[in-house]
Design a protein around this ligand. Structure first.
Ligand SMILES: Nc1ncnc2c1ncn2[C@@H]1O[C@H](COP(=O)(O)OP(=O)(O)OP(=O)(O)O)[C@@H](O)[C@H]1O
Length: 255
C-alpha cells in the first residue's frame, strides 16, 4: 500500500452533547477514491468535517499526509467541497471571484500571478463554466453552483479532494460534468474522499466504500453493487436541512 493521506484512529466526536462519531477508524491511501456511505444522520458529514478541523474531536487521532492534524499547515494540498444547502444564498460574488478564492492558499501574499490566473481559468474550464466567469453566483442553477464550488476546490490543484455529497440536488448534465471532472483528477493521481448517499454515476471511480451507521464503521471494503441497500426503497435520502415534508433528494441514475 502507498502512504496514507488521511488516517483516523478511534475518532469520537459529539455535537450538542450527543455522540455522533463513536470510534471511527478510516485510512485513505494516496491515489485511492473512497466513498463514505450511510443513512441520514449516520455521521458522514461530521466525519469529514472532523478531518478538516471544523468539528472538535473528543478522543482519537487524525493525521493528514502523515502529520497530526493539529500540526498540519499545508492546506493548499487539500480541496474541500462542503455539503451544499442552498443554491447560492445571496453571495454577492462572481463565478470568477469564488473560484479565485480557492487559489489564495497557493499565492504569495495573496498576489495573483499569471500561473494563478491560469489555474483559475483551468479549473473553470474543467467544470465547463469558463463562459460564466463574470456572472454572479446567485444567477446559477444548483448544479452550476456545485460546479463552481468544485472549481474553487480544484483551483489550488489539491492532492486530496474531500467532497460532501457533490451530486446531491445536481441536474443530470452537471452530474456528468462532475463525474468527468473527478475522473480526470483521479487519472492525474488525486486522492479522493467522497460523502455519498448512493454511488450513482461515480460508481466506476470508487475503489473502496466505508459505510457508517450510528457513528460507527460497519463496512470497509468493496463498494456495494448498484442494486445494494442504498438503492432499495426505504433508503431515500432526506436532506436534514430541507423543510419538513420535503421530497427525498433523488441524486440520479439509481433512483
Ligand atoms: N450542529 C449540530 N448540533 C447537534 N447535532 C447535530 C449537529 N449537526 C449534526 N447533528 C446531528 O448529528 C448526526 C450526524 O449528522 P451528520 O450530518 O454527520 O450525518 P450524515 O451522515 O452526514 O447525514 P446526512 O446524509 O443527512 O447529511 C445527526 O443526527 C445530526 O442530526
Amino acid at each position: 500500500m502507498t502512504e496514507p493521506v488521511i488516517t483516523l484512529r478511534g475518532v469520537r466526536a459529539e455535537l450538542g452533547s450527543r455522540p455522533v462519531l463513536r470510534g471511527i477508524d478510516l485510512t485513505v491511501h494516496r491515489g485511492e477514491v473512497v466513498a463514505l456511505l450511510g443513512a441520514n444522520g449516520s455521521g458522514k458529514s461530521t466525519a469529514v468535517r472532523s478531518i478538516i478541523g471544523q468539528v472538535p474531536v473528543l478522543s482519537g487521532e487524525i493525521e493528514l499526509f502523515g502529520t497530526p492534524r493539529r500540526r498540519f499547515r499545508d492546506w493548499a494540498r487539500v480541496g474541500y467541497v462542503p455539503q451544499r444547502t442552498t443554491a447560492a444564498g445571496g453571495v454577492p460574488a462572481t463565478v470568477g471571484e469564488v473560484v479565485a478564492s480557492g487559489r489564495l492558499a497557493r499565492t504569495r501574499f495573496g498576489l495573483f500571478r499569471s500561473a494563478d490566473r491560469a489555474a483559475v481559468r483551468r479549473a473553470l474550464e474543467q467544470v465547463g463554466m469558463a463562459d460564466r466567469v463574470k456572472d454572479p453566483v446567485d444567477a446559477l442553477s444548483g448544479g452550476q453552483h456545485q460546479r463552481v464550488l468544485i472549481a474553487r476546490a480544484l483551483a489550488a490543484a489539491p492532492e486530496l479532494l474531500i467532497m460532501d455529497e457533490p451530486m446531491a440536488g445536481v441536474d443530470l448534465a452537471s452530474q456528468e460534468v462532475l463525474a468527468e471532472t473527478l475522473r480526470s483528477q483521479v487519472a492525474d493521481g488525486a486522492t479522493v474522499l467522497l460523502v455519498l448517499h448512493e454511488l450513482g454515476p461515480l460508481e466506476p471511480l470508487i475503489d473502496r466504500a466505508v459505510v457508517l451507521r450510528d457513528g460507527c464503521v460497519v463496512h470497509d471494503g468493496p463498494p456495494p453493487k448498484a442494486v445494494g441497500q442504498h438503492a432499495l426503497p426505504g433508503h431515500d435520502h432526506v436532506h436534514p436541512h430541507a423543510p419538513a415534508g420535503a421530497e427525498p433528494i433523488r441524486t440520479g441514475l439509481l433512483s
